[in-house]
Design a protein around this ligand. Structure first.
Ligand SMILES: [Mg+2]
Length: 108
């Protein structure tokens, strides 16, 4: 059972609610048994962006595929009942406190 996060006036939760409304209106299930599928579909959009970039397609097309991935991520966050704004803010706060290149050997 998931909890619907109330949309904020701006920010990620507003976008998440917009994506969820579209998914519901267009008949895409947000049921828990679809979580694995939704995760896989995020990968497909990132792969489409990778392929478009590799082929030298216009950057707008690469961006369109990245937005597709973002939309699928928002849909999944909604299906999981998560607060995207709170998660984003917490993670960015944490990342700002980390050292340069997060102390990794090769960065990335
Ligand atoms: Mg796509």
């Amino acid at each position: 059972m998931t909890t619907m996060i109330p949309p904020s006036d701006d920010g990620l939760n507003k976008r998440m609610a917009e994506v969820r409304a579209l998914a519901d209106a267009k008949g895409f299930s947000s049921a828990p048994e679809r979580i694995w599928e939704m995760l896989a579909l995020i990968h497909t959009e990132v792969s489409e962006a990778t392929d478009a970039y590799k082929k030298g397609e216009p950057l707008e097309h690469v961006g369109e595929e990245l937005i597709d991935a973002t939309i699928r991520i928002f849909h999944l966050l909604s299906a999981l009942g998560l607060d995207a704004d709170a998660l984003f803010d917490a993670k960015m706060t944490y990342n700002w406190q980390r050292p340069v290149k997060y102390n990794t050997v090769r960065g990335g």
